[in-house]
Design a protein around this ligand. Structure first.
Ligand code: HEM
Length: 452
């Protein structure tokens, strides 16, 4: 396939197959939930019926789906600097999370990422991971109280929220932080809400109110955090400085903190739920990763252990392949460009699909099957293309928190595997809502038994 290079020979360009607006609207009216629940099914239909480049005339803009790893490579690496992440993400979440890192482009994005990186270096990640252990050990001790009625999703969500409060903001959850949790939940919900009108009572309005609260909360803490030496992410961003002396302003700290907490929270909760589900269905794999954790003989999980847990790494990768928390990644083209012989016009919203690529038979053996060994060094299916496995995106906007996420997921699993066994009933299939962030629609009920 060709790269995003300009071509001047118009006769060679193919016509992009388009889904008519009327057809799209009719489907949205007929099946309003389907787009979120079975995004993979919808994308697959487009791909099978119309091919790797499919246009859709949405109301506000022209949309073009590009399918497959080569499209992912071209769009994510963005060698010609012709794709804006800011424009689509602003339209999606700009009112709630304005100016988060993902909502910046070009030089400004590069400079902010460099400053923010100082809060995600290896020594700092080692420190965060160390802090995660007692929080997890504490929280999962109470899981038995749920008895037979244990739902993974809410339990994990509450745990990751607790971790966010402690590690991101340096606050312990409690009466004083109650409003912060609530505000944070409202923010996340509003960023995903379908109706984006500031009408009292609606999710979106609650999100705007929550944003006001979070802005005040962060603003009130900045001076003290700048002057102090605390190790949470908020304090580190307040003090962050590059070698060139660049620092964040107060407003930038507020915007980055709000976005970071959102980016970290639901994605990790989603990944953990997927892993719990698959390990609940595959007791052999559950035992294999448990043995790996127990053989290490360590009570706590350390950041260095990320490299010495091969089975858990394979499970982590396979869960992210089957259930990528972000099923699609949008960009807006700032120039006309050509892909695979098709001319794609400036201002089009270009959408690539981790979820679709991760299930393409051209790139994966038996792609719907949970098979972590596909990531083993012997099989290494993910190496068939540099961009066939992209749960964390790629290129300039590649997830800044991917090692943090891996450390968080593995720390939680390290503790849970040593303390509990769990299973799902025979024949149970987790009902998944795939978009905007993948999650189990039933909360994922499992049977949880303490070990020993
Ligand atoms: C399994 C968990 C996670 C997944 C699957 C995930 C996925 C992603 C993806 C796909 C993007 C790129 C979106 C795009 O290119 O449009 C992204 C960006 C980002 N993520 Fe994550 N993420 C996860 C966890 C985290 C965590 C824990 C943090 C913070 C601690 C984080 C912080 C960020 C930030 C700051 C960006 C924007 C990077 C930039 O624009 O330069 N993420 N994430």
């Amino acid at each position: 396939m060709s790269e995003a290079a300009p071509s001047h020979d118009l006769s060679k360009r193919r016509k992009i197959p388009r889904i008519p607006l009327a057809k799209m609207l009719a489907r949205m009216i007929r099946e309003p939930r389907n787009e979120r629940v079975d995004m993979l099914g919808n994308l697959r239909t487009l791909y099978e019926e119309r091919g790797p480049v499919v246009g859709a005339n949405a109301i506000a803009f022209k949309m073009v789906h590009l399918f497959g790893p080569e499209a992912n490579r071209v769009v994510l690496l963005d060698k010609d600097r012709i794709f804006s992440a800011r424009r689509p993400w602003m339209a999606i979440m700009g009112k709630i999370f304005p100016n988060g890192l993902l909502l910046l482009d070009g030089e400004e994005h590069k400079q902010h990422r460099k400053i923010m990186h100082t809060a995600f270096t290896r020594p700092v990640l080692c420190e965060y991971t160390e802090r995660m252990n007692p929080i997890v050990a504490d929280a999962i001790g109470q899981w038995t109280e749920a008895g037979d009625d244990f739902h993974v999703f809410p339990a994990v969500k509450s745990l990751t929220l607790d971790m966010a409060a402690r590690i991101f903001v340096g606050e312990k959850l409690g009466p004083g932080t109650g409003r912060m949790n609530e505000a944070f939940e409202d923010l996340v919900a509003a960023s995903m809400s379908r109706i984006r009108l500031p009408i009292p009572g609606l999710e979106f309005h609650r999100g705007l109110k929550a944003r006001e609260f979070m802005v005040d909360f962060f603003r009130a803490g900045i001076d003290a955090r700048r002057a102090g030496d605390r190790g949470d992410i908020f304090s580190r961003l307040c003090r962050a400085e590059t070698e060139e002396g660049d620092q964040f302003s107060d407003q930038q700290i507020i915007d980055h903190m709000s976005f970071l907490m959102m980016a970290a929270h639901d994605t990790t909760t989603s990944t953990l739920s997927s892993i719990f589900y698959e390990l609940g269905r595959h007791p052999g794999w559950q035992e294999r990763v448990r043995e790996e954790c127990c053989d290490a003989g360590k009570e706590s999980f350390a950041f260095e252990d990320l490299e010495s847990t091969p089975a858990l790494t394979q499970v982590f990768k396979e869960a992210l392949r089957l259930y990528p928390p972000l099923p699609v990644i949008p960009r807006i083209a700032t120039e006309d460009f050509e892909f695979d012989g098709y001319l794609i016009k400036k201002k089009s919203m270009v959408v690539i699909s981790p979820i679709m690529t991760h299930h393409m038979e051209e790139w994966w053996d038996d792609p719907h099957c949970f098979d972590p060994d596909r990531f083993s060094p012997e099989r290494a299916e993910h190496e068939r293309h540099t961009h066939s496995w992209i749960p964390f995106g790629g290129g300039p906007h590649m997830c800044l928190g991917l090692r943090f996420a891996e450390a968080q997921v593995k720390t939680i699993l390290h503790h849970v595997l040593r303390r509990y066994r769990w299973s799902v009933p025979d024949g149970y299939r987790m009902p998944v809502q795939q978009a905007p962030i993948s999650r189990p629609m039933d909360g994922l009920p499992v049977s949880l038994t303490p070990i020993g």
